[in-house]
Design a binder for this molecule. Structure first.
Ligand code: F6P
Length: 319
């Protein structure tokens, strides 16, 4: 391989820049040139690239977002879009591609691989919803963002003796809700993976108040319901003063944590090693604290399993 490309796709995630830096660093170390494709798969179709050098990836490891920009590209899902991308990759003498993104990005990577273009993937999404990796890039920072918000909400919730419903992201996955709910000491956590009756939530809330709790924090994953739906039910059933916080895109921003910087660095280097080793159609992950590799097909074959022990622990500790 003489030249490889790297792109970020789907929702941005803190740590993507660390991964871009590592891809460039590892490739250049091996005398391979690197093209940074901008705006995700859209940049492959309309050819928008910059040369990445050790200089251009300096000063980015600490930055949130992605210096390569990102997009959700519908055109790449069509045979015409893929053909244009493939043609551009060949015209610009790119020999392999690293795709950093979520499951949609891996479908794109798989399509390119099936057409004979070597592509490898790095799971980059705050949702932690990819199978065959314990964590995705950006998840740890998002969880820390949520915890920091919950800590602040708790101050005002206690002062006013209020109930707060905090809505967090995650699409269909409850990981952000569970990990931040446990670490933030939430009284109840509502996730798509577990059906929870509102009567149970209300019962726990009332019991807590009866025991002298000065506040209640309920974390709800966006895949379950919107904060106002939950808040309205609670207010109607208890009469307790209830407030809502929808954290939204704040969860996705900010400087990546050490965990995400280290993960991005390790995954980026491994992705290049795979390409140089002639392996394609693979996703780099992290399993039991070790960098792991599975095929795109495997990674896309099933839903990510959230460790239920964490959910159960959170439930027990918030009694
Ligand atoms: O996949 C990351 C994510 O932040 C989800 O948690 C959320 O549902 C979605 O992206 C929001 O998408 P957008 O940034 O396009 O509004």
């Amino acid at each position: 391989m003489k030249k490889i490309g790297v792109l970020t796709s789907g929702g941005d995630a803190p740590g993507m820049n660390a991964a871009v830096r590592a891809v460039a660093g590892r490739a250049i170390y091996n005398n391979v040139e690197v093209a940074g494709i901008r705006h995700g798969f859209k940049g492959l179709i309309n050819w928008d690239s910059i040369d990445l050098t050790m200089g251009s990836v300096g000063d980015i490891i600490q930055r949130g977002g992605t210096i390569l920009y990102t997009s959700r590209c519908e055109e790449f899902k069509t045979p015409e879009g893929i053909a244009k991308a493939l043609n551009n990759l060949r015209t610009h003498s790119i020999d392999g591609l690293v795709v950093i993104g979520g499951d949609g990005s891996f479908h794109g990577g798989l399509a390119l691989t099936k057409l004979g273009f070597p592509t490898v993937g790095i799971p980059g999404t705050i949702d932690n919803d990819i199978a065959y990796t314990d964590f995705t890039l950006g998840f740890d920072t998002a969880v820390n963002n949520v915890i920091s918000a919950i800590d602040k909400i708790r101050d005002t919730a206690t002062s006013h003796e209020r109930t707060f419903v905090v809505e967090v992201m995650g699409r269909e996955a409850g990981d952000i809700a569970v990990w931040s709910g446990l670490a933030g000491g939430a009284e109840s956590i509502l996730i798509p993976e577990v059906e929870t009756s509102m009567d149970e939530v209300v019962q726990r809330l009332v019991q807590g108040v009866d025991r002298g709790k000065k506040h209640t924090i309920i974390v709800v994953a966006e895949g379950v319901a919107q904060a106002d739906e939950i808040g309205n039910i609670i207010q109607a059933k208890t009469g307790f003063e209830t407030r809502l916080t929808v954290l939204g895109h704040i969860q996705r921003g900010g400087s990546p944590t050490a965990v995400d910087r280290l993960l991005g660095s390790q995954m980026g280097a491994k992705a290049v090693d795979l390409l140089l080793d002639g392996q394609a159609g693979m996703m780099v992950g992290i399993t039991n604290n070790q960098i792991s590799v599975v095929s795109f097909e495997q990674a896309l074959s099933k839903r990510h399993q959230m460790p239920m022990s964490i959910y159960e622990l959170a439930k027990t500790l918030s009694m």
